[in-house]
Write a protein that binds this ligand. Structure first.
Ligand code: NAD
Length: 708
């Protein structure tokens, strides 16, 4: 686990090499082995210097989250954390020089170990990332990161690393002073050794243990840092609305920790760390953004007996906004793409989208010119269906009209081999209906991408009535090949993501119709943790689109259609020509220069009620309406895995990460309590809040979606 060698120069090398895992992680076993190694080399008089490194491609990926969550006893967690601190203190104060040789990514606890060394050498490895990403999972660095990093590089440079969890490249880590040198890959251990035998012999001390040490850029009481904290506090509040306690704890750790000495600071950090580990926010974020996301990326839903398919060529029909994006991500993953539209100009325009994206990256230096050329060369714009010959998969992204989609399906299938998969990127039309145009409905599936495709990592995979298991499996192979995250849902109106997302915006509209002040609605959305208020969001999507979808659904369902409160508001906005941002006016005015402001005319259209509700009741409504619709999707079998529901919500429409997703939200409340809240809201606001049978049943049996 930790291999120890001592060479003739007296350099002890501690090599992390955890058996049976691709990455080294900190857990009970590895920590015990590392601590024993520290004890040994610190006390062995023949050791003149200590080198810490890894036998894997990366250094250490961070803490083992399963291990971290295994205990919910605060005292045990606190003691464990303090033990890590004691041992890292022992290492950095043992009087011998300590260097870290970092072959690859050095993240979280891995970086914290490296920071406890006196000297850090990183390999020039393009894949390697450095950072303290704990905050992105509702945690904070618990291995001294909040104390050593600001003491090393100053508060101003450390705060963004800690608060945003940024993962940076080796060159940037060098610029910030997080590593001391970057050398050719494979030479990092030699470079670290050379330092240990040379300069290290007179520098076996951390700056903060040196007499006269001052925090670079000023200590806590300096005016500049005081100002920094005032701004950081305000900015954090503005960004998170107090929903992410770990971020606030990080600020406290740095502030309180830097007022005192390192040892006291470490104790402060340990207390905040334990609090974060046990917080419901971290539990929810780790569940969804780590465990469930990993399961989705590993294709947990893929039928295992179907052979994996590798695609030699992919067709994309329609080179508009979505088709152009799909072509880009496919070509980026190394797959040749045939991009087809009705005219050559339209197809070329679709390819130009990729050109613009790669040109930007070349300018920024994140892509070589040759790589950009190769990517573009993989996209073949065309109007000829014959070019689809040999494609194993075709993704259709033409206009949202059934006849046009049926038409292109038939034309493509005339050329495609019988085992090729045909996928539709429709956002609203049920896949089973679209498959009626197909000669081989078993090969027909939905692949619902999100806009903008190159920034949104989710694909909602929609299984229609006749879709075969092989088609599902191999469509998932494509999603994985392009590096995106799939969730698998069964066909139904609005599928899963659009269906639940629409409840959020419609609830905002319902509130407006009730006479709730527009600003209050918007703030409730933000306080709930949604990225944008419901009215601003409708303006982005456009009231027209929402109205069209409602009309289409009404036409399709006939007498079975139940109008939802809020729909009439969208219709009214369309009648007023206030379609949304693209039209320059919607619920907001969009002046040519300056910020958007709520449209004053709303006051006449929807007069404010004399009494306004408490904002928390609005927050409850906006979140509950999404959670109960999600439960309905589970009840109806539209979604079968709660993990997919949670992952899809966070990645697909920005459901608040700290809640872990709509299912995690119910789980945190407890199904019984959630059902009670739904009943109360249903009595007051209507049956859209009524809990489905699944929830009542779970409440009766006191079962849960996830393990407690
Ligand atoms: P768009 O209007 O930007 O692009 C459609 C493209 O299809 C146009 O370039 C058009 O010339 C082309 N086209 C039309 N008829 C064609 C035909 N017969 N043969 C070949 N090409 C044809 O539309 P979009 O926003 O890219 O949407 C495309 C599809 O993706 C729609 O089904 C839409 O519902 C779905 N979708 C859109 C979004 C979104 O946010 N825009 C998100 C998910 C899914």
């Amino acid at each position: 686990m930790i291999d120890i060698t001592i060479d003739t120069d007296g350099i002890a090398t501690l090599t992390w090499d955890q058996p049976g895992r691709a990455q080294n992680v900190l857990n009970g076993e590895t920590c015990a082995a590392f601590f024993a190694a520290i004890d040994r080399v610190c006390t062995d008089a023949s050791v003149k210097g200590i080198l810490v490194t890894s036998a894997k491609a990366d250094f250490i990926a961070g803490g083992d989250l399963e291990w971290l969550q295994a205990s919910d006893d605060a005292a045990t967690l606190f003691e464990r954390t303090c033990e890590l601190h004691r041992m890292l203190r022992k290492l950095e104060t043992c009087g011998k020089p300590v260097a870290a040789a970092l072959p690859g990514s050095t993240l979280g606890g891995g970086l914290e170990i490296a920071l406890a060394c006196h000297y850090r050498v990183a390999a020039d490895n393009a894949r390697a990332r450095f950072g303290l990403p704990e905050v992105t999972l509702g945690l904070l660095p618990g291995g001294g990161g909040t104390q050593r990093l600001p003491r090393l590089i100053g508060v101003q440079k450390a705060l963004p690393m800690l608060l945003e969890g940024k993962r940076i490249k080796a060159v940037d880590a060098l610029k910030l002073g997080i590593v001391d040198a970057v050398v050719n890959a494979g030479e990092e251990a030699d470079a670290a050794r050379a330092w240990l035998l040379g300069e290290g012999q007179t520098r076996a001390q951390q700056p903060w243990d040196t007499k006269g040490y001052k925090v670079p850029g000023g200590g806590i009481s300096s005016p500049a840092v005081q100002q920094l904290f005032t701004a950081a506090n305000a900015m954090l509040r503005q960004k998170t609305y107090g929903n992410y306690p770990a971020a606030a704890s990080i600020l406290s750790c740095v502030y309180e920790g830097l007022i005192t000495d390192l040892d006291t600071g470490l104790k402060t950090e340990a207390r905040y760390f334990v609090q974060a580990v046990l917080s419901p926010e971290a539990r929810a974020m780790i569940r969804t953004l780590f465990f469930s996301l990993n399961a989705a990326n590993k294709l947990a839903a893929r039928p295992a007996d179907v052979p994996v398919r590798r695609y030699a060529k992919v067709g994309v029909l329609g080179a508009g906004m979505m088709g152009a994006g799909i072509a880009y991500v496919t070509a980026k993953a190394g797959l040749p793409v045939v991009l087809l539209d009705t005219t050559q100009e339209a197809a070329e325009r679709g390819k130009d989208y990729s050109r613009k994206l790669v040109e930007k990256q070349v300018q920024r230096g994140s892509l070589h010119a040759e790589q950009a050329e190769a990517l573009l060369a993989r996209i073949q714009p065309t109007t000829s269906y014959a070019d689809l010959d040999g494609a194993g998969l075709v993704v259709e992204a033409v206009f949202e009209q059934r006849e046009i989609k049926a038409n292109v399906t038939r034309q493509a299938e005339a050329v495609l081999s019988p085992d090729a998969i045909f996928a539709s990127n429709t956002s609203t039309l049920p896949i089973t209906g679209l498959a009626e145009a197909s000669q081989r409905p078993g090969n027909f599936i939905g692949l619902h991408f999100f806009s903008p495709v190159d920034k949104m990592p989710l694909v909602e995979v929609i299984v229609a009535r006749q879709t075969t298991r092989a088609t599902l499996a191999q469509a998932l192979d494509y999603v994985k090949a392009i590096g995106m995250t799939p969730i698998v849902v069964n066909d139904s109106r609005g599928f899963y993501t659009s269906r639940v997302f629409s409840t959020y915006v419609l609830e905002g509209l319902a509130m407006l119709a009730e006479g709730v002040a527009p600003a209050l609605i918007e703030n409730a959305g933000l306080l709930a943790g949604m990225p944008v208020g419901p009215l601003a969001l409708i303006d982005e999507v456009s009231s027209e689109l929402i109205h069209k979808v409602n009309q289409q659904t009404r036409a399709d369902l006939g007498v079975a259609y139940i109008e939802r409160p809020g729909e009439a508001v969208a219709e009214r906005m369309v009648a007023l020509g206030r379609l949304g941002r693209k039209a320059g006016q919607g619920f907001y005015d969009y002046p040519e220069s300056g910020k958007k402001t709520l449209w004053p005319g709303l006051a006449t259209e929807y007069p404010k009620a004399a009494t306004q509700p408490d904002v928390q009741t609005l927050v409850d409504r906006l979140i509950t309406v999404q959670a109960v619709e999600t439960a309905r999707c589970l009840d109806e079998g539209v979604v079968t895995d709660p993990r997919d529901a949670d992952v899809g919500a966070l990645l697909g429409w920005g459901f608040p990460a700290f809640r872990g997703g709509p299912v995690s939200h119910i789980h945190r409340m407890g199904v019984g309590a959630f059902v009670e809240l739904c009943d109360r809201l249903a009595a007051k606001h209507g049956r859209r809040f009524a809990p489905p049978a699944l929830l009542r049943d779970m409440a009766d049996k006191q079962t849960a979606f996830y393990e407690r």
